[in-house]
Design a protein around this ligand. Sequence first.
Ligand SMILES: N[C@@H](CCC(=O)N[C@@H](CS)C(=O)NCC(=O)O)C(=O)O
Length: 216
Amino acid sequence: MAVLDKPILVIGDKNYSSWSMRPWLALTAGGIDFEEVHVKLRTEETKAAILRHSPSGTVPAMKLGAVVIPESLAICEWAAEESRSGPLLPEDPVARAVCRAVSAEMHSGFASLRRECPMDMLADHGGHPFSDACRVDIARIEAIWDACRREYGRGGPYLFGAWTVADAMFAPVVSRFVTYGPHLLPSAADYVAAASHHPAYQAWRAGAEEQLATGC
Ligand SMILES: N[C@@H](CCC(=O)N[C@@H](CS)C(=O)NCC(=O)O)C(=O)O
């Protein structure tokens, strides 16, 4: 189906909404022209405001004319297909499958890290105590990043060399690691430094600062 309307991405607060961050980065890195609608999270009006846009009751949701795509990973995949600035998935089929696998693992996993260290991009929660379950999640993430970098990362500083959907999916973890400061393996620390300086990441962070300054 041809999409004629400019996509509208409905997102939550940039400081907190880890799910919203992922497709926003993918659309931005893909050079796709989109409109942004911000729904303030954690208010009495939040659920009703989200439901006006998204039948799932969650953000992010991307509106393509009358069609609503209310899932972060699906929007990232769409961004990869529509990208104007090069592929957001590896070209090699095996690397592409691994990229999708680690993206899906991020989408469905790491519950302890998510619960104990919610994204709070502009804050500094250094010295935070990590539970054993959270440490297991962090170790698994370090192992994924290390394996991707070693096997596929030769062409650039990101998980598959060039920046891909997997980097979008792990970006909120990068933010958490900056905020909560767990001790990381050198390869993971290098990746955090590179990923947190990607222009799309920096643009999202600037948006979080602006929302904080303006209160909306
Ligand atoms: N599986 C969804 C999860 C989205 C999600 O849980 N979003 C949160 C905000 S980050 C939400 O909308 N919560 C509902 C609320 O705050 O009322 C996705 O991948 O997009």
